[in-house]
Design a protein around this ligand. Structure first.
Ligand code: FES
Ligand SMILES: [Fe+2]
Length: 380
């Protein structure tokens, strides 16, 4: 039974106890790592603490740059209760607040293209740079449209991904991702074009999906028909990690042909594996010679997430039928993972869900990297 977390009615005392336990778990020896107790995946006060700290100040992938190529291309999303309007404005992609400066109506929905955003409540009109262009009948002497520009958040692009941070004091993304370029640069990730995007709500904690996607330990057990044939657990190898990312290699058996040629500079090994990385806190990616799949995890509650995933293809390396097959394969794989995570979510409320020992580096070293990152963020 979990004696490390004394029962307490005070939420702040409970969060403090959990923070202490997180720091302790991070100090476990590298050859005896341990996961986190179930309460870390359930507790609403701890979830609020995460939202205010590491989730709020982290960089979040909101899509691929090629989804926003033309002037006025936009997509909308809600990230940690913050409605966002991601829009192409000339040479830049901007992350505007999707909240009208008049009385707070969302300005746009879904995905599309627009030169102006007209609020459907009282018709205030904004440009793609967020400036208020028109506010009908606003004749008050004190009204100054310049003070009513839409809010904006830090937004940048790396490897063809668009990243947004909800803190104006965003961390240096190049420091966070230092080393990732060496790992995936030869795939030429910015040259993959989106062929499919979908979003769904899963009933699990956000950390559970980061961990699940990032460990090869479950591959042969959970995905016997879909993945085991070309990325069996036994061939998983830990990859490099950096300040804000971790990685592993899902290698293909020797007798399996490589799956598409991809970029000219790829080595034989790079063509013969999928490279999986997590850009903390909430993005997980699998990149292979012809295919790039990225999941953006949006925490909704302690026990639910929105998952938006995109599939992108390198140049014209796959034909239409093959792309359809790959989409179906990934839908099947995601469903297999989702069923496991949703079943586990309920069991994590047990007093016996104490966080067990983790497997060695090649299988669960990435889960340990994530735990160390969580602890490091919490002490920052
Ligand atoms: S709330 Fe947008 S114009 Fe009034
Ligand atoms: Fe999986």
């Amino acid at each position: 039974m979990n004696k490390e977390l004394p029962q307490t009615n005070s939420e702040s005392a409970r969060v403090e106890n959990m923070r202490r336990l997180l720091a302790e778990r991070a100090k476990a020896p590298a050859d005896a790592p341990q996961g986190l107790p179930g309460i870390f995946y359930n507790d609403s006060a701890f979830f609020d603490h995460e939202c205010k700290t590491l989730l709020r100040r982290g960089w979040h992938c909101v899509g691929r740059a090629d989804e926003l190529l033309k002037q006025g291309d936009y997509l909308t999303l809600t990230l940690l209760d913050e409605p966002l309007l991601i829009v192409r404005d000339g040479d830049e992609i901007k992350a505007l607040s999707n909240v009208c400066r008049h009385r707070g109506m969302p300005l746009a929905e879904g995905q599309g293209q627009a030169n102006r955003f007209v609020c459907r409540y009282h018709a205030w009109t904004y440009g793609t740079d967020g400036a208020l262009l028109r506010a009908p009948r606003m004749k008050n002497a004190g009204f100054d449209p310049k003070t009513c520009k839409l809010g904006a958040f830090p937004c940048t692009q790396r490897f063809g991904f668009v990243y947004v941070c909800l803190s104006q004091d965003a961390p240096d993304i190049d420091r966070e991702l230092a080393g990732l370029g060496n790992l995936i640069g030869t795939y030429e990730p910015e040259k993959y074009a989106v062929v499919y995007a979908a979003a769904e709500v899963w009933q699990c904690n956000w950390k559970a999906l980061v961990e699940n996607f990032m460990e090869g330990y479950h591959l042969s057990v959970v995905h016997p028909q879909t993945l085991h044939g070309y990325t069996p657990t036994g061939l998983s190898r830990k990859g490099p990690n950096g300040a804000g990312f971790t990685s592993y290699f899902a290698n293909y058996p020797d007798d399996i042909p490589s799956r598409g040629a991809g970029a000219a500079g790829l080595t034989k090994e790079e063509r013969h594996r999928s490279t999986l990385f997590a850009a903390f806190p909430c993005q997980v990616v699998s990149v292979a010679a012809s295919l790039l799949v990225s999941l953006s995890i949006r925490p909704l509650t302690p026990t639910s997430i929105e998952v938006r995933w995109t599939m992108s293809v390198y140049g014209d390396s796959l034909d239409g039928d093959t792309i359809k097959q790959r989409i179906a394969l990934w839908e099947a794989v995601n469903l297999e993972d989702r069923e496991k995570l949703e079943a586990m979510q309920g069991a994590l409320k047990s007093v016996f869900a104490t966080g067990g020992p983790l497997a060695e580096d090649d299988y669960e070293g990435t889960v340990r990297d994530f735990l160390l990152w969580l602890a490091q963020q919490d002490s920052a």
